[in-house]
Each structure stands twice: as C-alpha cells, then as structure tokens.
Design a protein. Structure first.
Length: 237
C-alpha cells in the first residue's frame, strides 16, 4: 500500500491543487506584509492633443481709399481733416495642421510618489495576520487530505486482498462442487442416487459458480480502485 500511496501523491490532482493553493497563499502573505511598509513609486507620462476645428483668421485688406479719422490739423491757418488708408476686415478660417498641433500641445511629466501607511497600518497588519492563518489552515487541510488518502488506500488494499481470498476460495468451491456433481451423476446413472439428491448437487454447483462470478467482479472492481489511486485511471476491459 505504501507504493500505491507514493504513486497517488504524484498523480492524483487533489494533492497538486493543495500545493498550488498553499503556494498562492504564501505569495499573498508576502504581498500583505509589503503593504505595512512605505513604498516609493515613480511615474512618467507623455501626451498631446489634436482638434479638428477651424481657427478664425482676420485679414485687413486695403480698400484703396482714405477715410477720415475725425482729427483736424491747422496748417497756416487752414484746417484739414486727417485721413488714413481704408481697410476692410476679411475673416477666413483654416485648420491648424496635425503636426503643428501635436508639436505645440506636446506635454510631459515625471515624478516620484512616496506612500507611508500611517493610519492604515492596523488594517494592513490584520490582513497580514489573516493571510498567515490562511496558510496554516491550508496546510492543515492538506495534512487531513493526505491522511484520508492513506486511510482510503489502505482500506482499498485490504478490501482487494480480502476479495482475492474470496475469489480463490470460490474457485476451490466450484472445483469441489464439480467433482461432487460428477460423482453424483455417476451414482445416479447406476441407480444408487435419487433424482432429488442429484438436483441438490447440481444446485450446489450452480450456486458455487454464481458466487465465484460475484467474487470475481468484486475483486476486479477493488483492483481497479487501486489502479486509480496509482494514477492509471479506471479501464474497463
């Protein structure tokens, strides 16, 4: 049974599942403990933006005329209006090129962030203690599963051994019943045995054969169970 138990540890998925759960829990313990200490992180970023909108553009176009400004000057006793060239405001709208916007709007940032757990240290410590208890619980569950597995294997091994003895005893019983029926048939043919006694021997033989068949099925089933524990699966032949 120890050899079967060793194979079961290697091939049965439940044991692997328990190991993976413990490994994950141990990593969580480290993570929870790290939350209790100050942490320094660095961040950096690059960015820009682009808008597909038209930008109004005002252009002053000369009219070729002169307009009065409202001012008057005195030249030699004569008064003259002050004139200025005339302009018309023409409004146009253009899109700023993509490359220009990306270049003009380009921005970047970089910095360091220090996190000191002053107020949540109690919460972090509680989480850390709980994570350690979870590891202990998983390890205890693993030990329980291992003990249960060993008990099941030993029981299956003893059941298979008992079934084998029953099967071998059934074979001997069939052989004995066959001989008894053969002798009874000869005595019946000689008129030395009644029909009832012959039928009794025949029934005993049939009963022995039925019990042998049942013992064989039971032995094969218990043998297949041991093969399952060895990681060979259950194959019906």
């Amino acid at each position: 049974p120890e050899a079967v138990y060793a194979d079961a540890l290697k091939y049965l998925p439940q044991q692997k599942v328990n190991d993976l759960r413990i490994q994950a829990a141990l990593k969580y313990v480290k993570s929870a403990r790290a939350q209790m200490y100050p942490s320094l992180s660095m961040y950096a970023g690059l960015g820009s933006n682009y808008a597909n909108n038209k930008v109004p553009n005002v252009v002053r176009v000369p009219t070729g005329k002169f307009d009065t400004t409202g001012a008057i000057v005195d030249i030699g006793g004569s008064y003259y209006n002050v004139l200025s060239p005339g302009f018309n405001n023409v409004v146009t709208s253009d899109r700023i090129p993509f490359s220009t916007q990306i270049s003009d709007n380009f921005r970047q940032n970089v910095g360091l962030q220090l996190n000191i757990p002053l107020f949540n240290n109690g919460v972090a410590r509680t989480a850390w203690e709980r994570s350690k208890l979870n590891v202990t619980s998983l390890q205890l569950q693993k030990d329980i599963d291992l003990l249960t597995l060993k008990q099941d294997i030993y029981k299956a091994y003893n059941d298979a051994a008992t079934a084998l003895q029953r099967y071998l005893a059934g074979k001997k019983s069939v052989q004995t019943s066959e001989k008894a029926y053969g002798y009874a048939q000869k005595r019946y043919d000689l008129g030395l045995l009644s029909t009832i006694d012959l039928l009794t021997n025949q029934n005993n033989l049939n009963r022995a054969r039925v019990e042998l068949s049942q013992a064989h099925v039971d032995y094969v089933f218990k043998l297949k169970l041991l093969e399952f524990y060895k990681g060979q699966g259950i194959k019906v032949e």
